[in-house]
Design a protein around this ligand. Structure first.
Ligand SMILES: [Zn+2]
Ligand SMILES: [Zn+2]
Length: 280
């Protein structure tokens, strides 16, 4: 089946927490008529995690992407990237940028204290609750404010080409407080972050992976944030955050309809090694 929008720049593989070998995704993409595809495994982090690439695998990964670029030249434009964790004072997108065609910068870890003590905002919900308890005295607002402070810091001080799932914390935060998007403090943070993004050259990802959730499916940015972002001069990009081959194009059709209904009529894709707007 042909893809409704044959582009994706956020994807994983066996090098991190994805399901298949790099080449398997390429073959599937060619079958769907993809124009370009970017690999963005979770970059290594100091101390590692179950889902980040191991440091010793990085060289092999970069080489394998290069080999595949050549092998499939003329059939699919393949790009080499990493989804790099921004960890305050420790690392950001610039750490790996020199090795890559472009960078994705994401925030998965928040909290105070040593790296080993940080907690993942998109792990199981029970761990999120424990994290709020241990790091933020059971105060969700403090945790959410900290998450967006880090996001703003990354965009201002160590900007990636693309910011991954810019409000991912909403997924668990809205379970913790179902009224969060109606609070004035949350809207205020979103406005501040949107202004920061508008001032930057960072492309804002519209990540469709959260639409697979059974409980409160959402794009990242959540609709509450999209409604703010659509008023700004911002470059958007749609990605499926592919882990399995079946994630290709996931909810692309409905997301395209949503974006058009919001007045977002172009998405940024990579052509001849440059980002370009494409009408949808
Ligand atoms: Zn991510
Ligand atoms: Zn990802």
């Amino acid at each position: 089946m042909t893809s409704p929008f044959p582009y994706n720049y956020h994807s994983h593989s066996k090098y991190c927490d994805g399901a298949h070998q790099l080449e398997d995704y390429i073959i599937a993409c060619i079958g769907k008529g993809y124009q370009s595809y970017g690999f963005s495994s979770h970059a290594p982090i100091p101390g590692g995690s179950v889902w980040n690439m191991k440091t010793e695998m990085l060289e092999k990964y970069l080489k394998e992407v290069d080999v595949l670029k050549k092998k499939y030249k003329g059939e699919l434009k393949i790009y080499k990237s990493l989804e790099i964790d921004y960890i305050d004072g420790i690392q950001g997108p610039s750490r790996y940028a020199h090795l890559l065609d472009y960078t994705i910068g994401s925030i998965h870890f928040i909290g105070k204290g040593p790296l080993s003590g940080l907690f993942e905002i998109d792990g199981p919900y029970s761990k999120f609750v424990t994290g709020i308890e241990n790091h933020f005295d059971n105060n969700l607002r403090k945790a959410v404010e900290h998450y967006f402070e880090l996001s703003i810091k990354m965009v201002e001080n160590d900007p990636p080409d693309v910011i991954g799932h810019p409000d991912k914390i909403i997924s668990h935060a809205i379970s913790y407080n179902p009224d969060i998007v109606d609070t004035s403090w949350y809207t205020e943070i979103l406005n501040e972050f949107a202004n920061t993004l508008e001032k930057s050259d960072v492309i804002v990802e519209i990540n469709t992976k959260g639409l697979k959730l059974t409980n409160r499916p959402t794009t990242y940015p959540h609709i509450s944030f999209l409604n703010i972002l659509k008023e700004k001069k911002i470059h958007f990009q749609m990605n499926a955050d592919v882990h399995k081959i079946s994630d290709l194009d996931i909810r692309y059709k409905s997301t395209l309809n949503l974006l058009r209904s919001l007045g977002i009529n172009e998405l940024w894709v990579r052509e001849n090694d440059e980002w370009k707007a494409k009408s949808i």
